[in-house]
Design a protein around this ligand. Structure first.
Ligand SMILES: Cc1ncc(COP(=O)(O)O)c(C=O)c1O
Length: 361
């Protein structure tokens, strides 16, 4: 089976982790600080706060943006649950906006329609590895004097007009879950060019502690360990190569898949897509439904996955407050999208095999 994801880990990661364990300095320390610095250098940003995962990074970033009960934050309906649950964790309300059918990212027009006098922020998700329309979303944020947070969990090294994710909004957050473009086991990072926001986020992630055993606010233990950071440092040495391989695989797939009823990913001319996922859309004139195609691909040894089958306003947790919310593009895409293998472990021949299998249906 060609798996839909295959986390990369080598002797180098294992050796570095071993060294950290044997040093006895396993909790947050110098290795974490080195990883923070090297990751923000990779992004071209100034400050980084490493966290336990991408969700805690988002939670702390939303809190550090001053969002609390009574506030509204605009979030795409078509994304992973954590892009919105982080808003609820702050006692605020996620307000779901629709997406564009080509990039699957936030539709700026829908965002504009959702702004109220309670709106305090927009969370722009760079879904599947392609930046959302940062130009338009930043303009809306600026005009309304609200914060623009990038959820870059899936977009390490992605660019908008030549600028890397992490530097495109007021704050950005990343995930280092094993299936992401690079991993630390579990982990996350808040990235920003705003020193005071980074310091506030650091306090939030460390029990609200400004000096040892002096707690000035409600905080959490969201600190990354040296063990996780050691994995991240080794992965950072390879992230550019990983990205090149994802882009190469996507190019082969897009050039070779030529069958009526399958739409391959659209890449905005302003974006550098890093293909966390390669997502095809199954149109009405394709001879199989999306779910039939998934089973067929499995029978041919090709893994696939649906990201995401339920738009967030329809998720049981959010549905009650969104009974009248209609987001037709998100609802339609949830029925049609299918992620197929694009990760660095997929070979050129396997890409051709996947494309030929689709073309022969
Ligand atoms: C868009 C998005 N945001 C946030 C997260 C949360 O990251 P984590 O799983 O590291 O908590 C994910 C993880 O899948 C994600 O895809």
């Amino acid at each position: 089976m060609i798996p839909i994801a295959k986390p990369y880990a080598s002797e180098e990661e294992a050796t570095h982790v071993r060294e950290v364990i044997l040093s006895g300095m396993m909790a947050a320390g110098d290795i974490v600080h080195e990883f923070e610095q090297k990751f923000v250098d990779f992004c071209g940003a100034k400050y980084g706060v490493a966290t336990t995962n991408g969700t805690s990074a988002l939670h702390a970033a939303v809190l550090a943006s001053g969002i609390s009960k009574g506030d509204e934050v605009i979030v795409p309906a078509f994304t992973f649950y954590a892009s919105a649950s982080c808003v609820s964790m702050c006692g605020a309300t996620p307000v779901f906006a629709d997406i564009l059918p080509d990039t699957y990212n936030l539709d700026p027009k829908s965002v504009e329609n959702k702004i109220t006098d309670k709106t305090k922020a927009i969370i722009g998700v760079h879904l599947f590895g392609q930046c959302c329309n940062v130009t338009e979303l930043s303009r809306i944020a600026k005009n309304n004097d609200i914060t623009f947070i990038e959820d870059a969990a899936q977009a390490h090294g992605a660019e908008w007009k030549g600028v890397r994710s992490g530097c495109l909004g007021d704050m950005a957050t990343f995930s280092f879950y094993p299936t992401k473009n690079m991993t630390t086991g579990e982990g996350g990072m808040i990235v920003t060019n705003d020193y005071s926001k980074s310091e506030l986020a650091r306090v939030i992630c460390n029990h609200g502690q400004t000096e040892k055993y002096r707690h000035t606010m409600l905080g959490y233990n969201y600190r990354m360990t040296n063990i996780n950071a050691a994995i991240g440092l080794e992965q950072l040495k390879r992230i550019e190569k990983f990205t090149e391989m994802r882009i190469r695989n996507a190019k082969i797939l897009s050039e070779t898949i030529q069958t009526k009823g399958i739409t391959v990913p659209f890449v905005s001319p302003k974006a550098k897509h890093v293909y966390h996922q390669y997502v095809i859309r199954v149109e009405d004139d394709f001879p199989m439904t999306r779910d039939e195609l998934m089973s067929y691909l499995a029978s041919k040894g090709i893994g696939s996955a649906v990201h995401y089958p339920i738009p967030l306003h329809k998720q049981p947790y959010f549905a009650e407050n969104n009974a009248n919310t209609q987001l037709p593009v998100s609802e339609d895409c949830a029925k049609r999208v299918l992620s197929i293998p694009v990760h660095p472990a997929v070979t050129e021949d396997e890409c051709l095999y996947i494309a030929d299998t689709l073309n022969s249906i």
